[in-house]
Design a protein around this ligand. Structure first.
Ligand code: A2P
Length: 346
């Protein structure tokens, strides 16, 4: 191999797919050939990459011949069907769906936390859930200093997490609302303009938790390598276009102060402190949109825990970037820098 890679993007026209394309160019990921794959609806259209128009092809079983790395972001069922086919054809699949995340044979990776897990891949590496990534990039360096025993998370999730069509529904329904026109939602289950609702993933009637909330619990435990960390989440969709915000409360093993947390996060990778008490300026989705770092602020003692072991904070991160495409590209960068393309397959 010449140090340049043949790359495919499955779901290239989607909200995450176009970010993969943009980031490959922006970060100068070494590409010798780029194959853009989507549904039959998009076949024949073009997307621009490095000053050239590249024709989109319909995703097929033969799409992954002679491909080194395949980024998947076309939904769970497409990943389930075509991911193993791509891996079988010799590509390393970096999958943004939930299809393989909890498979014990598939590494679930956030490069700031567990890059070493990439070495264990057998053809597929999973990109974690967006809310999980945005919460735990700042929590990891705290966890390493003073283990987190419990996390309570409440999310304020943007439309982008449900794809390009949901972003369009938010924009269109808001326009209709302001113009006093009726609007029938078709993508999300409830009216979105000037409203918010419990996350649209499937609810488990027995526990009362939806799939998004369960992902935050299970994926955090897997990535941290700590099945004993206790987590409860409430995931809510809010009328924001593209960055997720989250209120996080952690309980650590030993007492911890806001000053210690600020000191830890000041040098943490992938994190930017936005904690301007004097000006009441804290993480906002408008500021997080378009940047790779997770913004962290409102760092304060949780006064409901008199032991001094608990901290509350507020974070915001771009769901399409660090929550999806950027994390995926960073995984690919770890793989090529460490020579792990073949992984544990051979
Ligand atoms: P297309 O644009 O042709 O429908 P999003 O996450 O923004 O909803 O995007 C989903 C992505 O997955 C799009 O690129 C979409 O392509 C692609 N996709 C959806 N269904 C299929 C399918 N059956 N085969 C291949 N790609 C698909």
């Amino acid at each position: 191999m010449s140090g340049k890679y043949r790359v495919a993007i499955a779901g290239a026209t989607g909200a995450v797919g176009v970010e993969f394309l943009r980031l490959i160019e922006e970060r100068k990921f070494p590409v010798s050939e780029l194959r853009l794959l989507a549904s039959a609806r998009s076949a024949g259209k073009t997307l621009r990459f490095a000053g050239k128009d590249i024709k989109i092809e319909e995703l097929a079983e033969t799409s992954f011949r002679d491909i080194d790395i395949a980024f998947f972001s076309a939904g769970g069922s497409i990943s389930k069907k075509f991911g193993p086919i791509a891996a079988q054809a010799g590509a390393l699949v970096i999958d943004n769906s939930s299809a393989f995340r909890m498979d014990p044979a598939v590494p679930l990776v956030i490069p700031e936390i567990n890059p070493e897990a990439c070495a264990e891949h057998r053809g597929i590496i999973a990109n974690p859930n967006c809310s999980t990534i945005i919460a735990i990039v700042p929590l990891w360096p705290i966890h390493r200093r003073n283990p987190i025993r419990r996390l309570i998370a409440s999310t304020y999730q943007a439309a982008s997490g449900a794809g390009a069509a949901a972003m369009e529904e938010l924009a269109e329904s808001t326009r209709a609302y302001l113009e006093n026109r009726p609007y029938q939602n078709t993508v999300l289950p409830h009216p979105y303009a000037f409203n918010l609702f419990s996350h649209n993933s499937k609810m488990d009637p027995e526990t009362g938790y939806n799939e998004e909330e369960i992902k935050m619990v299970k994926e955090t435990q897997k990535i941290f390598g700590d099945p004993n960390i206790r987590i409860s989440a409430t995931c809510v969709r809010v009328p924001v276009l593209r960055a997720h915000s989250e209120a996080l409360t952690i309980e650590c093993e030993k007492p911890i102060t806001p000053a210690e947390v600020r000191e830890i996060l000041a040098t943490a990778r992938g994190v930017k402190l936005v904690d301007d008490i004097a000006n009441n300026y804290y993480p906002m989705p408008k500021d997080a949109s378009g940047q790779g770092d997770v913004l962290v602020g409102r760092i304060r003692q949780d006064t409901s825990d008199p032991s001094g072991k608990s901290i509350a904070m507020f974070v915001a991160g771009d769901q399409l970037l660090k929550g999806a495409a950027l994390n995926g590209i960073q995984i690919a960068e770890v793989v090529v820098q460490r020579g792990l393309l073949a992984g544990a397959r051979r």
